[in-house]
Design a protein around this ligand. Structure first.
Ligand code: HEC
Ligand SMILES: [Cu+2]
Length: 490
């Protein structure tokens, strides 16, 4: 009886479900009707795709219908500058790192032509993350030097996607710069903004350390160990600084298409001084708001948007911050236009903090006061030593230690230092301009970086005189004129 009962129940529920099924299926279809499946979008016209070099982005697609889109790309292996005095044999899509930006919209049927320049040494291919199909096109696009292949795909999913070479050894092709971005806009297009830019991070592995001059070959061991020498935006140190700065006017909305080619490192993408009003997380459809730093995985992307409220320089960084200041992951967006004191007023007050008295004094401001606070010129040797002691305590002591003894393997000694006593002009030069590379001090090798010290000529003369007249050094007196001469000679 019990069994029969449960069978009845099951039958009953099945019956109900059968009754309900057509209704829910109808509802589902109704929803689908509003958003036509991308496969069903018909294309009639053919159009040559506009491709742009970084940091530029092609025109929005909002105003056009889906089309047959012809993309022409060429693989070029070429030597380019990594940073001042350092070059690298890059492998590229269209001669830039990252490769050309491709802008499509849902429903587009892409006819992709991939050429491999006859001067190339190796075959290459392309895997586009925007493709639904084996290898993202990699298998169909394998192309030998001096050949061209054509393959076709329809873009179905809106989003910002990475493309990259996927020829073995894949890691090496990616590490040499073979990546870029393809944008698939939704049917209605992305909302309009004032400025759009294309930025892509990548990590590089070279035989020599950061800054070591010459043509630097790829280092497989460092790549496997993920020990990057360079982490950069748009293929090289300084691609987005100086002449490469990005621009916006105050009040404009900026949209950055940010990718990460890797091959290894995840980016903590951040713009110093700005908050992302919107982030299309991982380049997909999920919109986040009010974001400080967004993660961009290797082989991934994000679209970030912000309005610029105040003029000034906004610094693009990977907030894994040593990468920014020591490996190159730094760019600049310069905003021009009127100040807005309500949003940002800059430093409005600085006083001297006196905990005991609780009294806050203002800093000297008049020129006379500044002049009076400055020590007079033509100091005697003894006066220089006194002033130098003070300068040393403010600046050099952090690294070279209180008695100039240094720290083994990190900071060379200044006490009884043969290197220091050998050449006074060289020592002046080090204080003014910094020092990198291998040196030997008292029989020990150091290979590190001393940054240029931001001190006046008078302070430099004083601090060096102090050092030369202490801790067993040779008693040299350094004059302001010697420092000035050294500054001029560089
Ligand atoms: C941030 C740490 C740091 C600070 C601050 C610093 N140095 Fe250095 N200094 C170094 C390092 C590191 C080296 C070795 C660089 C290399 O290996 O190429 C060095 C090398 C030197 C040398 C040559 C080597 C030697 O031992 O004679 C002199 C001279 C020197 N520093 C003087 C100064 C003076 C003077 C100041 C302050 C005005 C100063 N440094 C501040 C880190 C520092
Ligand atoms: Cu390749």
């Amino acid at each position: 009886m019990k069994i029969l009962n449960s069978v009845k129940k099951t039958l009953y529920f099945s019956f109900i479900s059968i009754l309900l099924y057509p209704i829910s299926a109808c509802e589902f279809r109704a929803e689908e009707k509003e958003r036509k499946p991308a496969e069903e979008i018909k294309v009639t016209q053919t159009m040559e795709a506009e491709l742009t070099r970084p940091p530029l982005v092609p025109k929005p697609t909002a105003k056009r219908a889906a089309k047959k889109l012809v993309v022409e790309m060429e693989v070029i292996e070429k030597e380019m500058e990594m940073t001042d005095g350092v070059s690298y044999m890059y492998w590229t899509f269209d001669g830039t790192v990252p490769g050309s930006f491709i802008r499509t919209k849902v429903g587009d049927e892409v006819e992709f032509h991939l050429k491999n320049h006859p001067d190339s040494k190796l075959p290459h291919n392309i895997d586009l993350h925007a493709v639904n199909g084996p290898g993202g096109g990699a298998e169909s696009s394998f192309v030998a030097p001096g050949h061209e292949v054509v393959f076709n795909f329809k873009v179905l999913n809106p989003g910002l996607y990475v493309y990259h070479c996927a020829t073995a050894p894949v890691g090496m092709h990616v590490a040499n710069g073979m990546y870029g971005l393809i944008l698939v806009e939704p049917e209605e297009g992305l909302p309009p903004v004032d400025k759009e830019y294309y930025v892509m991070q990548g990590d590089f592995y070279t035989k020599g350390d950061f800054g070591e001059p010459g043509l630097q070959p790829f280092d497989m061991k460092k790549a496997i160990e993920e020990d990057a020498d360079y982490v950069v935006f748009n293929g090289r140190v300084g691609a987005l600084t100086g002449d490469g700065k990005l621009h916006a006017e105050v009040g404009e909305t900026v949209r950055l298409y940010v990718g990460n080619g890797g091959p290894n490192l995840v980016s903590s993408f951040h713009v110093i001084g700005e908050i992302f009003d919107k982030v299309y997380m991982e380049g997909g459809s999920l919109l986040n708001e009010n974001v400080q730093t967004t993660l961009i995985p290797s082989g991934g992307a994000a679209i970030v948007e912000f309005e610029v409220e105040v003029p000034g320089e906004y610094i693009l960084v990977d907030h894994s911050i040593f990468r920014a200041f020591n490996k190159g992951a730094l760019g600049v967006l310069e905003a021009t236009g009127p100040e807005n004191d309500l949003v940002f007023a800059g430093k409005t007050q600085e006083g001297i903090y006196l905990p005991e008295g609780g009294e806050v004094q203002s800093m000297p401001i008049s020129e006379e006061e500044i002049a009076a606070s400055q020590p007079p010129a033509n100091l005697s040797k003894q006066e220089k030593i006194e002033m130098g002691k003070n300068v040393y305590g403010r600046t050099c002591v952090a690294c070279h230690q209180t008695a100039g003894q240094g720290i083994p393997n990190a900071f060379p000694p200044l006490a009884s230092a043969d290197y220091l006593n050998e050449d006074v002009n060289r020592a002046i030069d080090i204080v003014l301009h910094g020092l990198t590379g291998e040196i030997e001090v008292n029989g020990e090798t150091y290979n590190s970086v001393m940054t240029a010290q931001n001190i006046t000529d008078r302070e430099a003369a004083a601090v060096l005189t102090y050092i030369y007249n202490n801790w067993g050094n040779n008693g040299t007196e350094v004059t302001e004129e010697m420092v000035k001469a050294q500054r001029r000679s560089n």
